[in-house]
Design a protein around this ligand. Structure first.
Ligand code: CTP
Length: 433
């Protein structure tokens, strides 16, 4: 429960405000004291007096009160958590850009405490590239993002944008505040499901190991399909992206097994690395590593393998031409996605495409039965193989995001944060059931 915890609740102006009284009730019943700040827009939906009567505390509206006291500093210093619910697109944009033009935004900028935001808005506002960029910025700054949820919106449209239900927000707050911090005080346990947790300030709290307790397999590199003892068929994959993902997940605390084809890369630190050659060996090692919570298949597995392996070196004959016959390799990603008993909770595939990247990636998501696909263009005009940078599309059954060009390490970290967020949301959902 939340005894002795102080929540600074920032209420911005959207129709989802109608759920705020229930949220205040849950927080107070849980033992927390709640002090509210309202934006001017919020006061169009509900009065400060109504919120004051629910919290039992004065509601703060102005940056400087009548005595000239600087409330924006004082309010967050007294709080254990700053909770923004509902968080409008406008307030999120201000936070992402460091704007401070009212008490709510000024307090958020001046806060030295963890901040959790609960977005609520129209689906198109949520999907707008600007909002998605702002959310990524905030996530990178260590702001906790709870929601939004999909469903019927107040505007009559359907999609992502509903404020997370008060019970789920309460669970997220509780699981955050009850956890001991790495230094042994305050926050912690239950927090493994909450992604990066830092204050948005120069002196951040240590990053949480948001995937601690979870197991992951990552496949990486090319495979070599042997023709004879000296020759093989392969592709141009360097393994840089897969190895970076294995490291990013390990940095977040997951126990990672990296199953990699031949590359020139060192084994990432803190990762159990299994070196294989062929697709068949990759599949076998992955199956042996089950059960896991997460599978990320970043390997460029050769689609075909020679029908027969010649155990002695093939010699040139008088023929100038030579024909090899191939059969299809097993599909590691599709096999893991379809695993009956041991299907990982989250299966992520990659798609290397030369044409129609997004359309082909969306089709691959369905065909392979995985949960997400990270797609990139591997056309001659866009040399990804061997490069330190990548530009990808993040494809789920709900939507497709274009991620800006970044280093493969940065893309790996971003994917790791998404995976952490997935498990945080999953934990909140399970707790509510
Ligand atoms: N993959 C796999 N096993 C295979 C082939 C692919 O696990 N035998 C995985 C890759 O690791 C990647 C995803 O499937 O996560 C897509 O790989 P990609 O090479 O883009 O597509 P293919 O499945 O090979 O299909 P196509 O060649 O027709 O595009």
């Amino acid at each position: 429960m939340l005894e002795k915890k102080k929540i600074l609740l920032i209420i911005s102006g959207g129709i989802a405000i109608q759920k705020t009284p229930a949220l205040i009730g849950l927080l107070k019943n849980g033992g927390a004291s709640v002090t509210a700040i309202m934006t001017p827009a919020a006061q169009n939906f509900i009065t400060a007096d109504e919120i004051a009567s629910l919290t039992g505390n004065k509601v703060h509206l102005d940056t400087f009160d009548k005595d000239g006291w600087m409330e924006h500093i004082d309010l967050s210093r007294k709080a254990d958590l700053v909770l923004v619910a509902p968080a409008t697109a406008n307030l999120l944009a201000k936070m992402a850009h460091g704007l401070a033009d009212d008490l709510a935004s000024t307090t958020l900028l001046a806060s030295d405490k963890p901040v959790m935001v609960c977005p609520a808005m129209n689906v198109e506002m949520w999907n707008a590239p600007a909002t998605q960029r702002n959310i990524e910025t905030l996530r990178g700054d260590g702001v906790l993002i709870t929601g939004p949820a999909p469903g019927l919106l107040a505007c009559g449209e359907f999609g992502m944008g509903r404020l997370t239900e008060p019970e789920d927000i309460f669970e997220a707050v509780q699981s955050f505040l009850k956890a001991p911090s790495p230094s042994g005080e305050g926050r912690g346990e239950g927090l493994r499901s909450i992604s990066s947790l830092q204050t948005p300030h120069a002196n951040p709290l240590p990053r949480e190991r948001a995937l601690a307790g979870l197991k992951a397999i990552v496949t990486s590199g090319p495979t070599h399909e042997a023709i004879d003892p000296v020759r093989f068929v392969s592709n141009r994959s360097s393994g840089k992206q897969g190895h970076a993902i294995a490291k990013a997940l390990a940095d977040l605390g997951a126990a990672v097994t990296l199953v990699t084809g031949p590359t020139s890369l060192p084994a990432p630190q803190g990762v159990q690395t299994i070196a294989i050659e062929s697709a068949a060996e990759m599949l076998k090692s992955c199956k042996n590593s089950l059960p896991v919570d997460i599978a990320v298949c970043a390997a460029a597995v050769a689609d075909w393998t020679p029908e027969t392996y010649q155990s002695s070196k093939m010699k040139k004959t008088s023929d100038t031409a030579m024909t090899l016959s191939f059969r299809q390799n097993p599909d590691v990603l599709a096999t893991l996605s379809a695993a009956d008993k041991d299907r990982p909770r989250l299966v992520v595939g990659f798609a290397a495409e030369t044409d129609d990247v997004v359309t082909n990636a969306q089709a691959k998501l369905v065909k392979k039965g995985c949960d997400w696909v990270v797609a990139n263009s591997v056309s001659a005009a866009n040399p990804v193989f061997g490069s330190d940078e990548n530009q990808v599309y993040f494809v789920t059954s709900a939507n497709t995001e274009e991620w800006p060009k970044a280093s493969k390490d940065e893309i790996a970290r971003k994917l790791g944060e998404r995976i952490a967020q997935f498990f945080r949301d999953d934990a909140v959902k399970t707790a509510a059931e």
